[in-house]
Design a protein around this ligand. Structure first.
Ligand code: CAA
Length: 246
């Protein structure tokens, strides 16, 4: 198989780590970004002990300049980015009538504007080389909305609007653009939801449990594969049956 260069934003998180590992297992060279060097070095060491060699570069995806510098650092270390996974994301959950402008802006900048910031820095190269895979990690809550997540759901829904537009512009150039919308996965982000609220959410999942990061990474590897060249503009919902809209 062809070994390619992949950038997974937010790769040190729960779902991000599983995606980095899965892409590495496919034979790709994988980079991710960090904002906290000591934490990232720890993560990199743990991954090395588990047999994975990941490149880490500094970079905040929420601003165009820092995202461009991050992509430049990956390209310097490994070469041009062929596979981009826009995975970095945060929550500031609160009901809308209590939401500050900062809570809105930080979530939209990190989860949605990052898609512009990072993708803009890789798209020219992909267009020239006539090959690319761009995958947005959105959320079930971008599809169905969620009490306390007006900022997050707006950003996550916006990610798929971005996908289906860029997919049309890139289709003839060998670049596919897709979205994966995970449901509730057992990561730190979901475990931060108060326990009684979380228990009510899990009770709504037909499969009867939280998802595993691997189960999301599997979908990402499917869309990133050479064989997935005819899948573009799709949204793969992976949520244990929690939301079955189409
Ligand atoms: N529908 C209707 N009413 C709801 C509700 C819902 N889904 N959730 C809460 N309420 C009601 C409560 O019953 C309560 O009503 P009463 O005052 O009449 O008792 C009222 O709203 C206030 O609820 P809380 O006590 O929970 O209010 P709070 O201000 O302490 O917390 C909250 C609000 C921060 C939104 C909290 O409910 C919460 O964290 N909810 C979970 C949000 C969530 O799902 N986040 C996902 C994070 S993980 C993630 O984002 C990853 C991913 O992609 C899936």
């Amino acid at each position: 198989m062809t070994s390619r260069i992949a950038l997974v934003t937010g790769g040190t998180g729960g779902i991000g780590t599983a995606i980095c590992r899965r892409l590495a297992q496919m034979g790709h060279r994988v980079a991710t970004n960090y904002r906290d060097l000591a934490r990232a070095q720890n993560w990199q060491m743990e991954q090395k002990e588990a047999g994975f060699d990941f490149c880490i570069v500094p970079g905040d995806v929420s601003a165009p300049e820092t995202a461009a510098a991050m992509v430049a650092a990956v390209e310097k270390a490994l070469g041009p980015v062929d596979i981009l996974i826009n995975n970095a994301g945060i929550t500031h959950d609160t009901t809308f009538h209590k939401m500050s402008a900062l809570q809105w802006q930080e979530v939209v900048n990190t989860n949605l504007n990052s898609c512009y910031n990072v993708t803009r820095a890789v798209i020219e190269g992909m267009r020239k080389r006539q090959w690319g895979r761009i995958i947005q990690i959105s959320s079930i809550n971008g599809q169905k909305g969620q009490y306390g997540q007006a900022n997050y759901a707006a950003a996550k829904a916006g990610m798929h609007g971005f996908t289906i537009s860029l997919a049309q512009e890139s289709a003839k150039l060998g670049i596919t653009v897709n979205t994966v919308s995970p449901g509730y996965v057992g990561t730190d982000m979901v475990m931060a939801v108060p326990e009684e609220v979380r228990a009510k959410i899990v009770a709504q999942i037909p499969v009867g449990r939280l998802g595993r990061p691997d189960e999301i990474a599997y979908a990402v590897s499917f869309l990133a594969a050479e064989e997935a060249a005819w899948i573009t503009g799709a949204n793969l919902a992976i949520n244990g049956g929690h939301y079955m809209g189409w």
